[in-house]
Design a binder for this molecule. Structure first.
Ligand SMILES: [Zn+2]
Length: 497
């Protein structure tokens, strides 16, 4: 740890060391707490918080002594908790319904500095930590790894604007409990297991049969509440005929019950604000505006405080590429969805929201700039772009592997790329490799194979790509930051913020 001595000596005098061959200095992290001076630095690919001075925070941070002058504290879970204790801005927070938020899923734990720079001066708050259980499992990460990465990034960048942490697309109660216990500020409840996808195409006879099988109390309550009634919602006039009502009850009754249960049992019992998002998008059934109204009306009547709701929009929101579908139809429906959300006082949430440049201006207009948008895989694709530009050999090996294992990845994701639509690898010179990330099919190829790529092992149980991948991104940290600022910046711009 001798290499840190000159830096610590300067820090003790209240001076900032400059970058050297030995260490990279994150100037924005410089923080003084009482008599303790803190600074994040990097040495040989590993980050530390240098601490010097006297005070409780110095005693609580754990690290290696540097010649009796201070200590070098690694970015561990324990040290993250110390930062959380002393600096509120490093703790995830809820944002409620008045301001736009953007989910910035970071599968690598490296993207947040770029994300922070992108949103810093904008009228939108970042949900820096946002991973589903599926994403965590596929990348061998824990929820704490995700929270650690976000908190340390906030400290590194000296970002005091606040950030959120989303336990994303959670289905099981145990996972909700777990995410809340670790400090998640947002829970996205995925109701798809409680939505019956056969209803949409069921015959009238089947609908009747299934509806009649419901309890008398349930049937009666819904009939009284909706049949023959007209609802004036923010300028929309909404009605449900008998078939539509039966359909909506059969589709959503269980999901509504489950959501209400989760809200009462977990969300409302937290003694802090939680952004509770309801996701009914992970199904094959497109959410019509009337269905959206039905679900929302039921939830609000049952006392559920919804902060955001994600319908399944018409058209296709495939991962990592632009909107596929009828943009005019989308505009008609989005307008109604936005009016309904505004009526009930929550935000509309757009999932798989990355790269939907065609429809961003529509979303901005009808939501009046207050919405939640989730992005995730696109941040990983920008990392791939950096790899292609800086380590062509690694890129080529990953490309071949992704093609060979594409079928396997389809077990987890729905995408339909035409893998013949991009140039064969052997015909592309090194300098042109980053252009693959401008091709929709190549984007989707990498988008779905991330877990396989990052965990692939070769002989002797060593990683095929992982170590070299992280080493390259560490070396080209600034390039990755710039790529994100440019790409996510384009999202923010088209979303009008
Ligand atoms: Zn979703």
């Amino acid at each position: 740890m001798k290499q840190f001595l000159p830096a610590i000596e300067l820090l003790a005098k209240g001076e900032l060391p400059s970058n050297s061959n030995q260490i990279k200095v994150y100037e924005k992290s410089y923080t003084v707490e009482g008599n303790v001076h803190l600074l994040m630095v990097k040495n040989s690919g590993e980050k530390f918080i240098l601490a010097t001075g006297e005070g409780a925070i110095f005693d609580e941070l754990t690290g290696t002594d540097v010649d009796g002058k201070g200590k070098a504290c690694p970015l561990t879970y324990e040290n993250r908790l110390v930062l959380n204790k002393y600096f509120d801005y490093t703790v995830p927070q809820a944002f409620g319904t008045e301001i736009a938020t953007i989910g910035l899923g970071d599968r690598l734990g490296l993207a947040s500095p770029g994300h922070i720079e992108t949103v810093r001066e904008k009228n939108i708050k970042p949900v820096l930590a946002q991973q589903s259980i599926r994403e965590l499992t596929l990348t061998n990460r824990s929820m704490n790894d995700m929270l650690d990465a976000a908190a340390f990034a906030v400290f590194q960048e000296g970002y005091k604007g606040g950030y959120g942490a989303d336990g994303d697309h959670i289905k099981e109660e145990s996972d909700i409990q777990y995410a809340l216990s670790l400090g998640a500020s947002m829970i996205t409840l995925d109701c798809s297991d409680h939505i019956d996808n056969t209803i949409e195409k069921a015959s009238p006879e089947v609908l009747d049969e299934k509806f009649n099988a419901l309890s008398e109390v349930v049937k009666q309550r819904y009939m009284e509440q909706y049949l023959g009634k007209t609802f004036e919602v923010n300028g929309l006039t909404l009605t449900l005929d008998e078939t539509e009502l039966k359909k909506n009850v059969l589709l959503y009754d269980k999901a509504i019950d489950y959501t209400t249960h989760v809200y009462n049992e977990y969300i409302s019992k937290e003694n802090r604000a939680i952004d509770f998002e309801i996701s009914i998008d992970e199904t094959e059934t497109v959410t019509s505006p009337i269905s959206h109204f039905f679900v929302a009306n039921e939830l609000i009547n049952r006392g559920v405080k919804v902060v955001s709701l994600a319908p399944r929009f018409c058209g296709e929101f495939q991962k990592g590429i632009d909107y596929i579908g009828d943009v005019e139809q989308f505009e008609v429906e989005l307008r109604e969805h936005a009016l309904i959300a505004e009526h009930f006082g929550y935000k509309l949430s757009i999932h798989s929201g990355s790269d939907k440049f065609m429809v961003f201006p529509i979303i901005a207009e009808y939501t009046k700039g207050v919405f939640h948008v989730k992005t995730a895989g696109t941040n990983w694709l920008e990392a791939i772009r950096v790899i292609a530009a800086t380590n062509p050999d690694l890129y080529r090996r990953m490309h071949v592997f992704a093609l060979e294992n594409f079928e396997e990845a389809l077990k987890y994701y729905h995408v339909t790329p035409d893998l013949n639509s991009f140039e064969k690898l052997e015909n592309v010179e090194d300098a042109k490799l980053p252009e693959y990330m401008n091709n929709d099919a190549a984007r989707q190829l990498f988008h779905v194979t991330y877990g396989l790529l990052l965990t692939a092992k070769g002989e002797n149980d060593t990683f095929l790509f992982r170590d070299e991948f992280f080493k390259t991104l560490d070396k080209y940290e600034e390039e990755y930051r710039d790529a994100l600022v440019s790409h996510i910046g384009k999202h923010i711009e088209l979303l009008g913020l």
